[in-house]
Ligand binder design. Structure first.
Ligand code: BGC
Length: 807
């Protein structure tokens, strides 16, 4: 027992049963209960993980939008990951947030997983190293980290109810690995329990919360539930500590009764309370305890730009990049103008602005003539109204007026908004009482032509233009998932004719469909436009003409919010709309074409052999375009290597299935996911795990190893930058054990190092390889003695040297 433990025990002793039990369920969506008598203030938790949204989902309280986790993991750089966490901590403190609900460290088991963009990698070691660094960056700066979702929450279909069947070995070696490092090495202050079941028990009632988390790893933090994941009083018997959201929930009075009747021991409650108070002490929410003092801070926007460069993967380059001062550049693609800076769902933050790739190209090549063509429609569903085109009819300022009325039409609440995407998920608006929400703005479109105007939400809405009712429609939720219904609701729209520069009053009167339970006080509605029927062939032909007349074409292809979001999985990997036809037409018109990929997860690039260069930028955060400028001019080198295999065709993917059968999904492939599965199947991907080019060249020579000492061997080698400019290289070490007595991956990642060197510079590289990473799980960690081969490579397929070590 430490002195802190003693003092916390004293405080627990001062609380009555009701008070203690109340503390175990949130006070609302994002906060915990304060208890003044013992000097406890409320604590604020917030999504993340690629930025910090804060207590409200509101454009008037903007957040720094960092690149998505797939971009971060592509850096293969724990230094970047730690700074990412530190920058998130600065944001958290600015927003009064004590705990960030991240990192998301589930694995890329299938590229169809809807939250792929939010997780790091298909490899457990790479995920673990980066996740641990992110946790350290947050917590060294006084903000709690919440690795999530514990565990096997690697897909979205039926996520509340699905039972994932997975072997103990796969759990230990693959799915639990990053949680283990976050807890054992970085002492994560929280862990979030998942929605799904694992081997028959739902995560919030699963024995895995006790073993290995508490009993083996010594977790002393708070297990916070995923939102609405706790479903019974019984769950209180398990190592589930905090129920979110509140204030209603399955514990409350029922749990008090269960303790009074002797069904649950009060000591079980005390243990949870103690952990919550310990967290409060750590974040500075409990009087008399010294919180962790912030260690550092840095400029968030500058970091976001650097991270976007470090996370961009140069998939192919015939030498066209960096671009040599082109006079005419044709920028093409929907996402070049309307970039996706982040994936959809609870991870969404609202940036003040996003630098689009088009803006980035214009800024980076100020002397070039830069044209823009749309090329193809990518948007599905509604896009928010352009903020600069909206005027609030009440204030005359930029924005819109929102009013909430009761059933008699009396005004309950009014606000002046700047954006037309409205999410009430926490905050003061009386969502539980409103009958009708009225949105009104004077909208001055930039372009003339037919469009569709409407709303996306679940309920009944009336759509008006200039006072005239143009449509009345009711929408139903698709599926039962709160993510799908709430975070990406169905849209309806009616045709409208816009005239450039002519203001039109847009009004929507909306009556939400009521929901019970945890979301009864939440509402999401987007008011916006979608393209009317367009001539897709003409768009492509236009883009082809622009490309033909330019020195270089830069095409940005990508996904949309219906493809990559929380709440549902993907159904295929093709680029939405006619984008493949677009790229082919542009390539035919001008072979000097650079393709930038704006997706958070793998997409198929069937024309990839023909493109002069392909850069994968992912969802690159708010500084996306600035990073694109840096990469195209060569001011900076793309620093990324794939953290996940990119397939050439959907059918090639060895582990794909995300659809439960009779409520279960069996992880039959066991430990063989990602490149391990590809190697075992002998299948060739489009781009392997670990792949990524740079703007210089390297040689790796003189490989050595040391004998194991204290469980570690060190691989040494010489890396020489043989090119003409400074650059970065990622040296990867894989292990294999051909004669093993157990089923093993063909090879698996056991270490890596990020190397940076000036032109001609020679660097001594040392990569520690831990005995534990050669071990397998069979009723405990087993170390099979004998000889292991270590493969030094630049991807899972490109091995440049091998050596051996003896265990
Ligand atoms: C997500 C979590 C998130 C929580 C709160 C859930 O639906 O699965 O990742 O932290 O909502 O928004």
């Amino acid at each position: 027992m430490t002195a802190t433990d003693d003092r916390i025990d004293d405080l627990v002793g001062k609380l009555g049963l009701e008070e203690k039990v109340r503390l175990l369920t949130g006070r609302d969506f994002w906060t915990t209960w304060p208890i003044e008598e013992i000097g406890l203030r409320r604590m604020v938790v917030s999504d993340g993980p690629s930025g910090v949204r804060g207590e409200v989902w509101d454009e008037r309280s903007p957040s720094l939008n960092l690149p998505s986790a797939t971009s971060l993991s592509s850096s293969w750089d724990t230094g970047i990951a730690a700074r990412y966490g530190a920058v998130a901590a600065v944001e958290a403190r600015r927003k009064g947030v004590d705990v960030v609900l991240g990192p998301t460290i589930n694995l890329h088991r299938s590229p169809l997983g809807g939250r792929h963009f939010e997780a790091f990698s298909e490899d457990p070691l790479l995920t673990a190293r980066l996740a641990a660094a992110y946790v350290r960056g947050l917590q060294d700066n006084g903000v709690g980290a919440t690795p999530k979702h514990y565990v096997a929450n690697d897909f979205e279909t039926d996520r509340f109810t699905v039972d994932v069947r997975v072997s103990e070995r796969a759990l230990r070696e693959v799915y639990l690995r990053a949680f283990e490092d976050a807890v054992v090495q970085e002492r994560a202050w929280l862990v979030m329990s998942a929605y799904n079941s694992i081997n028959g028990a739902t995560a919030t009632e699963n024995e895995l919360l006790e073993t290995p988390l508490n009993s083996e790893w010594g977790f002393d933090g708070v297990v916070i539930s995923d939102w609405t994941a706790v479903r019974s009083v019984r769950s209180a018997k398990h190592a589930q500590d905090l129920v979110m959201p509140g204030p209603r929930g399955p514990w409350g009075d029922k749990l008090v009764e269960a303790v009074r009747s002797g069904a649950i021991d009060e000591a079980v409650i005390d243990r949870k309370v103690r952990r919550i108070l310990h967290l409060a002490a750590r974040v500075g929410a409990l009087e008399g305890f010294e919180p962790v003092e912030p260690a550092r801070s840095e400029d968030g926007a500058a970091f976001a730009r650097e991270a976007a460069v470090e996370g961009s993967v140069l998939l192919a380059n015939d030498g066209i990049l960096p671009l040599a001062e082109p006079a005419r550049i044709a920028v093409i693609g929907h996402n070049a103008l309307h970039a996706r800076s982040q994936g959809g769902g609870s991870a969404t933050v609202l940036p003040e602005r996003v630098v689009s790739p088009l803006d980035g190209v214009r800024a980076a090549f100020p002397d070039a003539e830069v044209s823009y063509s749309l090329g193809a429609i990518v948007q599905e569903g509604l896009a928010e109204l352009d903020r600069d085109a909206m005027r609030n009819p009440v204030t005359g300022e930029l924005g819109a007026r929102v009013e909430m009325l009761d059933a008699q039409g009396a005004l309950l609440f009014a606000e002046d908004r700047l954006a037309s995407g409205l999410v009430y998920f926490g905050g003061d608006a009386p969502i539980g009482e409103l009958a009708t929400l009225v949105f009104e703005t004077d909208y001055t479109p930039a372009e003339s032509g037919p469009q569709r105007f409407g709303f996306a939400s679940v309920g009944t809405g009336r759509i008006f233009t200039d006072g005239e009712l143009v449509a009345e429609r009711t929408t139903e939720a698709v599926g039962t998932d709160l993510g799908a219904a709430f975070l990406s609701p169905p849209a309806v729209s009616a045709p409208v004719q816009f005239r450039s520069g002519r203001s039109v009053r847009l009004r929507v009167e909306f009556s939400p469909q009521r929901v019970d339970g945890g979301l009864s006080n939440a509402l999401s509605i987007t008011i916006g436009t979608e393209p009317a029927d367009v001539d897709a062939d003409e768009l492509i032909a236009d883009a082809g003409r622009a490309a033909a007349g330019a020195d270089v074409a830069v095409v940005v292809v990508g996904t949309n919010s219906r493809v990559e979001s929380e709440g549902y999985d993907r159904t295929d990997l093709s680029l939405p709309g006619r984008q493949d036809d677009l790229v082919r037409a542009v390539l035919a018109a001008n072979p000097r074409t650079v393709v930038l990929v704006n997706s958070g997860a793998p997409v198929l690039l069937p024309w990839r052999e023909q493109a002069a260069a392909i850069v994968l930028n992912y969802f690159a955060g708010q500084e996306y375009g600035a990073a694109v400028g840096d990469l195209l001019t060569g001011a900076r080198e793309p620093g990324g290597r794939l953290p996940t295999t990119w397939p050439a065709a959907l059918d090639d993917v060895p582990v794909l299935d995300v659809t439960p059968v009779d409520g279960t999904l069996a992880y039959d492939e066991d430990i063989h996911i990602g490149y391990r599965a590809w190697l075992r199947a002998g299948a060739a991907p489009a781009y392997p795990f670990g792949h990524g080019l740079g703007y210089t060249s390297w040689s790796l020579t003189d490989v050595t190893t040391t004998p194991f000492t204290d469980g570690v061997t060190t691989v040494g080698l010489t890396a020489r930058n043989t090119g003409g400019r400074a650059g970065k290289h990622v040296v990867q070490v894989y292990a294999s054990r051909p004669d093993s007595a157990v089923d093993r991956p063909v090879r698996w990642l056991v270490g890596f190092a990020t190397v940076r060197a000036a032109a001609g510079e020679v660097v001594d590289v040392r990569v520690p390889v831990h005995e534990r990473d050669l071990a397998h799980w069979e009723d405990g960690w087993q170390h099979e003695p004998g000889e292991y081969t270590l493969h030094i490579g630049t991807s899972a397929l490109d091995i440049v040297a091998t050596t051996t070590v003896r265990l």
